[in-house]
Design a protein. Structure first.
Length: 259
C-alpha cells in the first residue's frame, strides 16, 4: 500500500516581518497541544506558562505516561487527554477536544520562544493562515547547529517545518487541511504537506529550543541519515508501516516520530 500525500504548491514561503503582515482578524483563545509519551514529570514545567495564561488552554495528548507525569501536567493547568494509538491519532483526538480558534502543536521536549503566543497571534492577526518557528538545539555543539541550520533551510525553502519547531494555524485552516492522520510515522510531515496548501504560510525567525537527546543517543550522523531515509521513503510512497519498521526495527509499533 502506498502512502497518499499532497503535492507541494508552486508558491514560495513568506518570511516573517512585522511590517509585512496584513491586518485581518483578532483571535481570543489559543489551544496549545502537546503529544506526551514516556516523559518524566519535570517536562511539565516547560509548559506551565501556557497553563496559567487565560488566553490559552493547554492540552496534553497523553500516550501512556506515569501517574506522576499526568499529575504534574494537571498541576500546571493542563487538560490531560488519554488516548491510545499513534501520535497522529492522539493529536487528532486532542484537536477535536480543543476550544481555541488557534492551534499550536509542539513536541514535549521542545521549548517555544517565551513570547510565542503573542508572536502567533500577531502573525495570524496579520493574515497568515499557518506558520512555524525556526529551530535551534539546546546543546550538542557544531554538529547540532548544522542540523538546525538545515532544518531552517528546509522550512524556509520547502515550507516543511516539523513538530519540534512548533506548528501553528487557524482552527479553520486545520479543518480544511484534514488535520492529523493516524499514521505510525511521519504524522507531522504528512500534516504540514496538506496544511501549507490551505493558505499563507509564515516562518518566524524566533527559535524553538529542542532537545537533541535522540541525536546524542543514536549518534548525530546516524540519526540524520535515518531521518533522511524515512523522509525519502515517504515521498517515494512507501507504506508508513514499512517506514516505521525502518525507523525502529525493535519497536515499530511505537515508532511514530520523525524529527
Amino acid at each position: 500500500m502506498l502512502l497518499r500525500r499532497a503535492r507541494p504548491p508552486a508558491s514560495g514561503v513568506s518570511r516573517q516581518s512585522d511590517a509585512s503582515i496584513r491586518g485581518s482578524q483578532k483571535f481570543s483563545l489559543t489551544s496549545v497541544i502537546v503529544p506526551v509519551r514516556d516523559e518524566t514529570p519535570d517536562v511539565a514545567g516547560s509548559f506551565a506558562r501556557f497553563g496559567r495564561d487565560p488566553a490559552c488552554e493547554l492540552l496534553i495528548a497523553d500516550g501512556g505516561n506515569s501517574p506522576a507525569t499526568r499529575a504534574a501536567f494537571r498541576e500546571v493547568g493542563a487538560r490531560v487527554l488519554a488516548h491510545e494509538g499513534t501520535r497522529g491519532a492522539r493529536l487528532a483526538a486532542a484537536a477535536r477536544e480543543a476550544r481555541g480558534d488557534v492551534f499550536f502543536f509542539v513536541h514535549a521536549d521542545s521549548k517555544p520562544p517565551d513570547d510565542s503566543l503573542e508572536l502567533i497571534r500577531r502573525t495570524l492577526d496579520g493574515g497568515a493562515d499557518t506558520g512555524a518557528f525556526s529551530l535551534e538545539y539546546e546543546e550538542g555543539g557544531p554538529g547540532m547547529r548544522w542540523i538546525a541550520w538545515w532544518a531552517n533551510r528546509r522550512s524556509a525553502l520547502a515550507r516543511l517545518p516539523l513538530g519540534d519547531q512548533g506548528i501553528f494555524c487557524r482552527r479553520d485552516a486545520y479543518g480544511r487541511s484534514g488535520g492529523f492522520r493516524d499514521l505510525p510515522i511521519c504524522d507531522d510531515l504528512d500534516f504540514v504537506l496538506r496544511l501549507r496548501r490551505v493558505g499563507r504560510f509564515v516562518l518566524r525567525p524566533e527559535r524553538t529550543r529542542a532537545s537533541p537527546r535522540r541525536y546524542l543517543a543514536a549518534g548525530a550522523a546516524r540519526q540524520v541519515l535515518r531521518n533522511w531515509m524515512i523522509m525519502c521513503g515517504y515521498f517515494a510512497g512507501i507504506a508508513p508501516e514499512t517506514l516505521a519498521r525502518w525507523y525502529d526495527p525493535s519497536a515499530s509499533s511505537r515508532a511514530n516520530r520523525l524529527t
